[in-house]
Design a protein around this ligand. Structure first.
Ligand code: E4P
Length: 214
C-alpha cells in the first residue's frame, strides 16, 4: 500500500516527504481553506515538493463547469489529479475528463456501489471516507474490503485510496484489506512513527556506549 499525505500545508508536506515515505498528496476545499493561501499557489508549491499524484478538488456542482475548472487545474502540472464529488454530475465530468486523458479521484465515497459507478465512469482513483463512516456508527473497514474485492473480481484497475484516516489502526487495517493507497494526515504519520520501546532502546544504547567510553 502506498502512502499519500492528506494536507494543504506545504511545511508539513515537505517535512513528511523528507522522510522518504510519501508518494502523493490529497487536498480538499476544507484543507486548502485551513492553509489560508491561494489554491493555485499552494498546488504549484506542492507539485514542487512531491513527485507524484496531487489531488485538487473542483468546487462546481455541474459537470460542464467541473470540466472547465478541472482543465484549469490540470494546467498547473501533469501530476494534478482532479478530485470530483460522487454525484451524477461528478460521474459525467469523470467520463469527459477520462476521455481527455485527465486523471480523476472520485471523493466522498461511502458505499461499494458508489465506488463501482465511479470506476465504470473511468475514475483513476476512488476515495472511500472511512473515518466519516465510523463517525456515523458504521465500520469504515468493511467498505474498503468490499471495494477491493469487487475491483479484484472484475479486473477493475481504478485504485482505492483509503481516506478520512483518523488514527494508525485505520492505516493498518487499510493495508490489511488491500487498499492501494492510504492518504494520511501528518498527525497520524507521527503516531505511526512513534513507539516507546524504540525511544527506550536508543536511550539504552547511548547510555551503554557512554559508560564503556568514559
Ligand atoms: C481525502 O481525500 C480527504 O481529503 C480526507 O481524507 C477527508 O478527511 P476528514 O474526514 O478527516 O476530513
Amino acid at each position: 500500500m502506498k502512502l499519500f499525505i492528506d494536507s494543504a500545508i506545504t511545511d508539513e508536506i515537505r517535512e513528511v516527504n523528507d522522510w522518504g515515505v510519501v508518494c502523493g498528496v490529497t487536498t480538499n476545499p476544507s484543507l486548502v481553506a485551513k492553509s489560508g493561501r491561494d489554491f493555485k499557489e499552494v498546488l504549484t508549491e506542492i507539485t514542487e515538493i512531491v513527485d507524484g499524484p496531487i489531488s485538487a478538488e473542483v468546487l462546481s456542482l455541474e459537470s460542464e463547469e467541473m470540466v472547465t475548472e478541472a482543465e484549469e487545474l490540470a494546467k498547473i502540472h501533469p501530476n494534478i489529479v482532479i478530485k470530483v464529488p460522487m454525484t451524477k454530475e461528478g460521474l459525467k465530468a469523470v467520463k469527459i475528463l477520462s476521455n481527455k486523458g485527465i486523471d480523476t479521484n472520485v471523493t466522498l465515497i461511502f458505499s461499494a456501489n458508489q465506488a463501482l459507478l465511479a470506476a465504470r465512469a473511468g475514475a483513476t482513483y476512488v476515495s472511500p471516507f472511512i473515518g466519516r463512516m465510523d463517525d456515523i456508527g458504521n465500520t469504515g473497514f468493511d467498505i474498503i474490503k468490499d471495494i477491493v474485492d469487487i475491483f479484484d473480481i472484475h479486473g477493475i484497475e481504478t485504485e482505492v485510496i483509503s481516506a478520512s484516516i483518523r488514527h494508525p489502526m485505520h492505516v493498518l487495517e487499510s493495508a490489511k484489506f488491500g487498499a492501494h493507497i492510504a492518504t494520511v494526515p501528518k498527525k497520524v504519520f507521527e503516531q505511526m512513527l512513534f513507539h516507546p520501546m524504540t525511544d527506550i532502546g536508543i536511550d539504552r544504547f547511548l547510555k551503554d556506549w557512554k559508560e564503556a567510553n568514559k
